[in-house]
Structure formats: structure tokens, C-alpha cells
Design a protein around this ligand. Sequence first.
Ligand code: ASP
Length: 343
Amino acid sequence: MKTIFRLLLVVLILTSCKKKAEQIPENPVQKAGFSIVIHGGAGTILRENMSPENKALYKSKLEEAIRVGYHILKNGGTSLDAVEKTINILEDSPLFNAGKGAVFTNEGTNEHDASIMDGKTLNAGASAGTKTVKNPISLARAIMEHSPHVMLSRSGAEQFAEEQGLEIVDPKYFYTEKSFNALQRVKNAQKTAFYNQNINDNKFGTVGCAALDKQGNLAAGTSTGGMTNKRWGRIGDSPIIGAGTYANNKTCAVSSTGWGEYFIRGMVAHDISSLMEYKNMSLEEAAKEVIHKKLPSIGDGRGDGGIIAIDKNGNMVMEFNTSGMFRATMNAHGELFIGMFKD
Ligand code: ASP
């Protein structure tokens, strides 16, 4: 009996040490004055496929990004600033399918989509199909704040970006070997039946952020290169307000990532907000309902992906129906959680 008791004690001590070392709160879904949550895309993210070096790279970039937003919020800045500046960090990294690391289209170009929404005013801005704007989320914000429109696309959006003094780059800036090789792989695989089964693996690494500031204002934003091998000016859910991004001070702020063709039809981000508004669901209940019940019921049921969201009380959720999602949260106490895999 004594030995069993001793053994139990050792196990308990060991588990608590492990938690301290990782500094990950057991339940990242918590109530706090201000808070921030980010994602770096959902998809086939398996522990066994990821080297420790790669894991460390993703982890440190997610942490760097979320800390930028956290400090803005901590110093009394707006949720809009936190969302934009946090996403800028992820856009400047080659690791994610947004900004610098955007995937390639069938024609070998990189075309970016982004959107942002202010939960206080319900103002929103979005850009689609730009090829020269370094930080598409900043363009989305400029559209929201300095144009009479919600969404601009392609050369018109690029012209507006220039007029606004945003950073314009040579399209070559967006070349990364990783994304270029992915295009070659997809083009080769396209010739096989396997491709049609696995088309949903062609997107990966979209980035997004949702934040609640000290003034109680919510904001959300999303930025992506879309899907590898996309054609004909394809636009996904990321720049579509209500599908890829939604924020409303009455309910929540949401950023989506996943197979855009399903997220558009499900109006995923707005649907979560609506369930809270009209059915009085909690954010957690609403997110689970949409990601695990509604999304898989659309069309042929292959709609996969996830969302990150915050409600008006600072509760955060990160819900996904894929094997993984790059994600992180920080609350007002400065507690950091970083996750990649399902468990
Ligand atoms: N939702 C994005 C799109 O369909 C891709 C992604 O989130 O990975 O364009």
C-alpha cells in the first residue's frame, strides 16, 4: 500500500514539473480582461511528420507574433492594431501561407487575399488577388479606413495600396522554395486519382488573429496565399467578411482557416456569431456546432479546417476538425499557450 502511495506521489510531482517547464496553462480557454488568439493554418499537421527543428521554428514565430499583439493590448492599444501588427509578423515569415510564404498559383504567381473587421463599428476591409503588396492585412485595413468600400481586388487594390503609401515589392519577393516545390508536387499529383481525393491538402498555413482590447473592443483579421495551384483568379474565404473573418462587439471575433469553398458556403465566421446572438450559445458551443456539425454537412462533406475566436468577455476557442492547427493564445495575465497537434 505504502509503495503504491509513493509511486503515485512521484507521478504527481513529475507531471506538475512538466507543466511548469512547458508553461502552458492546462486550459487555454479562459476569462480575462484582454486577450489574443492566433492561428497559422489548419491541415495535416502530424507530430510524426515534424522534425524537432521545424517544430521549434513554428513555435518561436508563433510566440514572437502573439507577443507583439499582447504588448499592444497590454499598453492600452486597440484590438485592430494588435490584429494587424501580429499578422504582419506572420506575413513576413516564409513559414506560413501568407505574405512572404504565400503558395503558388497554377501560373506560378503568388496572389494574396486578406480581410479585417472592427467589432465596435462593424467596419470591414478586404483585398483579393494582389501580387505586389508586401502586407495584405495592412492593405485590408487601409481599405476599411481610407476608402468608401469593403473589398478591392487585383490591380485596383494594388493601385490603392500604392496611393496609401503601403510597401510594394517585386513579385519575386514572394518566392520560397518550399511553396515552389509544393506547386510542382501538386502539378505532378494532379495527373493521378490521388489528387482529387487530396485536393484539400493544397492549402495550409493561412494566418489569422482575433483580439479583445482593454476598452472591450473586438477585432479579427485573416491573411493568406490561398490554395496551391489555384487557377482562374480563384478567391477563397479569407477575404470574405462573414466567412474568413468576422467581429462584432455583441458576440465575438473570428478568423477561419481551411478549405475556402466550404467556409464560404457555411459563412463560418458569421455563423458562429449568429448562434451566439440568436440562440444564446456560448462561444465554445457555437464554434463546436459549426466546425464539427455544420461544416462537415456541407456539400460532399470534405470541408475541413478550423477557427480561432474570442468572445466579448475574453474567452478564447481554437476549434478544428483537421489533424492539427498552428495556434497560440495569451491572456491578460501573460499566460502563453502554443499548440500544433490535436492533443
Ligand atoms: N482558407 C484558405 C483558402 O481557401 C486556405 C487556408 O486557410 O489554408 O483560400
